[in-house]
Design a protein around this ligand. Structure first.
Ligand code: PA5
Length: 423
């Protein structure tokens, strides 16, 4: 489960005073009567997902592990951030398994693309291309280059056994291409938008290939679906978080800063930023979702949070039990004067950094802090956490009176770019 601690949130009112609005929006979500309700497939996905396809994902993941040293995950935005968030959070830094995962198709950087092609040239490679539309330029371009590289390296027939396509069941350009080439395909459901798609084959295949239990992941999603299906603020932490975000927004805050003290949560923050920015940032409204990783960024952005414009609140994501820990060794001459920490665990020191920062930001700086915590970084808790965020987001965006499930703003740059590219 996800615990929400509001004791440092500096709230001006009582969150429970919002119960009637929360109940109204809860009914709107569950009766599918709100704006964008065609995209609520994630709501009961834990019960409705295709079990045969789920089994096929496990088989494909095993095959990828057998046939490749490197899995290229080719997608952008909702078609890659969830998988990357899960894999980085759950494996931790310098993962101990044998399959290296490289994310491609998420940039036009010629340097990045050329360097990756060079890096993989002598490695055994598999590719999961993920695109609902098949027309996303960054992804389609990288896919063309890598597809040609793989066809030259392996021949067309073997390349086809190493390429897996996750896309729309019928629409778009990728499905016909995959069928023509004979790739195994997985379906992105029509009623689940990109930023919610980590719980579908979009996230499941790369996550399973990375050696993470997708059974545990889906169990977390399922338990959250059940436990967060309740309008009462007293027993629904997702709605509490969604409501408090809105209270702080209405109190003049413009930025929500996602804070973590673990480097392996950086991509969870990237995924979270997409979820909230694309869902809420519209019609001239919404909190800007930003992120920092402490204590690293206490030596840079920390200055602004402590002392700069007072339009920020922080949401700290804590993991109760770290993946790894060790103690500080003693040294006889203590030249670096670190002996005062000898015998202490690194995680204990990290906790003190958090407590000291919380006091500095909240008490000295007047910056509200919401604290979310999960027990550990495992597949179950990741599944629970993403569903928690989905539910909090739906509540928060409907409170803001925007459609949480569209993203009209992202088309504007594409139109200009296509004109300049002569499309
Ligand atoms: O959330 C979204 O809708 C976007 O981030 C898309 O996932 C992203 O643009 C990729 O689109 P597609 O899967 O069609 O390539």
């Amino acid at each position: 489960m996800v615990k929400v601690d509001l004791s440092h949130a500096l709230l001006k009112g009582n969150v429970l005073d919002h119960q009637s609005e929360v109940t109204r929006i809860h009914e709107m979500i569950h009766n599918r009567t709100g704006r964008g309700n065609d995209y609520l497939g994630w709501l009961d996905w834990a019960d409705t997902y295709d079990k045969d396809e789920f089994a096929r994902i496990k088989v494909a993941a095993q095959r990828i592990q057998d046939q490749a040293d490197v899995l290229l995950v080719c997608g952008i935005g909702g078609s890659y951030l969830g998988a990357r968030a899960a894999i980085e959070m759950l494996q931790g830094p310098y993962p101990k398994n044998n399959l290296e995962i490289i994310y491609v198709g998420n940039t036009f950087s010629s340097t990045a693309i050329v360097r990756i092609l060079d890096y993989i040239k002598d490695k055994r490679v598999a590719l999961n291309v993920i695109s609902k539309s098949g027309t996303t330029t960054e992804t389609a371009l990288a896919f063309r280059l890598i597809r040609q590289f793989m066809e030259e390296k392996y021949g067309e027939a073997e390349a086809a056994t190493r390429i897996y396509a996750t896309t729309d069941a019928e629409k778009g350009l990728l499905k016909p291409l995959a069928d023509e080439k004979g790739y195994e395909t997985f379906v992105i459901p029509d009623d689940i938008g990109g930023r919610f798609s980590v719980i579908t084959p979009v996230g499941l295949l790369p996550i399973a290939a990375a050696g993470i239990s997708i059974d545990d992941f889906m169990q977390g999603v399922k338990d959250a679906t059940f436990e967060l299906n309740n309008p009462a603020l007293e027993s629904n932490p997702a709605y509490v978080y969604g409501t408090v975000r809105n209270m702080l927004y209405n109190d003049g805050k413009a930025v929500e800063m996602f804070v973590s003290y673990e480097t392996h949560l950086v991509y969870l923050a990237e995924w979270w930023k997409q979820l909230f920015a694309e869902s809420e940032g519209k019609e001239g409204k919404g909190l800007l979702p930003a992120s920092v990783n402490f204590s690293t960024d206490l030596h840079s952005l920390g200055q602004f949070i402590q002392d700069g414009t007072k339009n920020i609140f922080e949401t700290v994501v804590l993991i109760d039990n770290p993946m790894e820990d060790t103690t500080v060794p003693t040294e006889a001459n203590d030249l670096d004067q670190m002996n005062y920490l000898a015998g202490k665990s690194l995680n204990w020191i990290n906790e003190k950094a958090f407590e000291g920062t919380l006091e500095a930001h909240e008490i000295t700086g007047g910056v509200p802090n919401i604290i979310l915590s999960i027990e550990k970084a495992d597949a179950y808790h990741f599944g629970y956490l993403v569903y928690f965020y989905f539910k909090a987001l739906a509540m928060s965006a409907y409170m803001l009176d925007v459609n949480p499930f569209d993203q009209p703003g992202v088309e504007v740059y594409k139109k200009n770019m296509f004109r300049l590219l002569g499309k």
